[in-house]
Design a protein around this ligand. Structure first.
Ligand code: NAG
Ligand code: NAG
Ligand code: NAG
Ligand code: NAG
Ligand code: NAG
Length: 327
């Protein structure tokens, strides 16, 4: 507790109080930047993605990066005087990426005792080279522009890992650009507590928006050693901030106070600020999680099998289908 208080005081001194204040209109800007990252690559490159692209009609110098290995995608661009960097979430027919895909932590070399979700790290590494090369190009054109970073869901996790590399990339090259803000939606936990502490020291200007009862920020659970980064902004049903959450800790009085499994909402995960989080139609996916069966994950194509397996192995099935949650 004490160490977080120290960081808090440090941050207050550096950034004043604004860094934890929520500006809904500004948040909507970030939401629409990241929505575009879900669109087909050509649409992003040509900035032709209907209302999403029109929302930021002055976007230019767009560079898309992607890698099919883990379906990673995102883009950089320049808009409103800033370099915009985004990462998309999962577009496969499943959201069991949290569990099916390398939930095991892997050592994170940049800091002592740090570890991160190996699937998130792999997804980032797939696009790291393209991202930094493209960023280098953009920086040569806009050598003083502030950088903003956004992502939703898996994209939020990738954004978190990327932000650290971008931070080091800027300082190693003595670039003047700074990371103005990392602004994520529905982020899962990315790494352990040592990782969160390291992250928070480098990039305290991180806003982690959590919509009401979104289930994903509850994953992967604390009890297998995961811990959130940044400062939570917890939204209510009307997408207004419910509470001031304490910076850099998982505030028990914010989204963490939603403890009942059946209260967790998938719909809240894919609908932020009254807008679908993706490029086109609303998602229709299944999320589930077998407690103590973490490495097994679950298979969304066959939910019955998952339920059966949970029963046979006396595992608790924590997350159910979107349909279930809506009924
Ligand atoms: C992508 O671009 C094509 C061609 O301009 C257009 O027909 C299509 O509607 C666009 N898709 C989206 C999701 O905006
Ligand atoms: C890393 O973990 C070891 C063993 O738990 C501990 O002694 C050490 O202080 C930790 N280092 C940091 C930087 O937290
Ligand atoms: C895609 O990811 C794989 C695995 O990390 C990597 O070997 C490959 O070089 C990447 N491709 C590009 C174009 O970066
Ligand atoms: C949560 O709220 C309770 C009661 O208002 C308070 O005693 C406690 O300190 C709060 N916890 C945090 C982490 O702010
Ligand atoms: C997105 O959200 C804003 C703010 O809540 C709202 O005004 C707007 O109508 C929404 N857009 C769509 C396409 O739903």
């Amino acid at each position: 507790m004490l160490k977080f208080n120290k960081i808090f005081v440090f941050v207050l001194t550096l950034f004043a109080v604004q860094c934890v204040q929520y500006d809904k209109a500004e948040s909507l800007n970030y939401l629409f930047y990241q929505k575009a990252s879900y669109c087909p690559r050509n649409n992003i490159t040509n900035w032709e993605c209907g209302n999403i692209c029109k929302f930021h009609s002055s976007m230019k110098d767009i560079l898309v990066y992607y890698n099919d290995t883990h379906a990673a995608q995102g883009y950089l661009g320049f808009d409103r005087g800033q370099i915009v960097i985004t990462f998309r979430g999962s577009t496969r027919t499943l959201t069991n990426w949290i569990y099916n895909f390398d939930v095991k932590k892997t050592p994170y070399q940049k800091c002592q005792n740090c570890s991160v979700h190996s699937g998130f790290l792999k997804t980032y590494i797939d696009i790291k080279k393209q991202l930094l090369q493209n960023l280098d190009n953009l920086i040569s054109k806009y050598p003083a522009a502030p950088i903003i970073i956004s992502g939703h869901s898996l994209g939020a996790a990738v954004a978190t890992i990327a932000a650290i590399d971008i931070y080091h990339f800027l300082s190693e090259n003595s670039y003047q650009n700074i990371i103005k803000e990392v602004h994520t939606f529905g982020s899962p936990r990315v790494g352990n507590e040592a990782f969160a502490e390291y992250y928070n020291k480098l990039i305290p200007q991180t806003v982690r928006v959590v919509n009401n009862q979104d289930i994903v920020p509850h994953l992967p659970p604390n009890k297998i050693g995961y811990y959130h980064v940044g400062t939570e902004i917890w939204l209510d049903k009307e997408f207004n901030q419910q509470k001031d959450c304490q910076p850099f800790i998982e505030d028990d009085n914010c989204s963490k106070s939603v403890k009942s499994i059946v209260s967790y909402s998938f719909f809240d995960h894919v609908n932020y600020l009254g807008n679908d989080t993706g490029c086109k139609a609303p998602f229709s996916q299944v999320i589930c999680y077998l407690e103590s069966g973490i490495e097994e994950g679950c298979v969304d194509q066959d939910l019955e099998e998952v339920i059966l397996k949970a029963r046979n192995n006396k595992m608790r099935l924590l997350f159910l289908t979107e349909e279930f949650l809506q009924n």
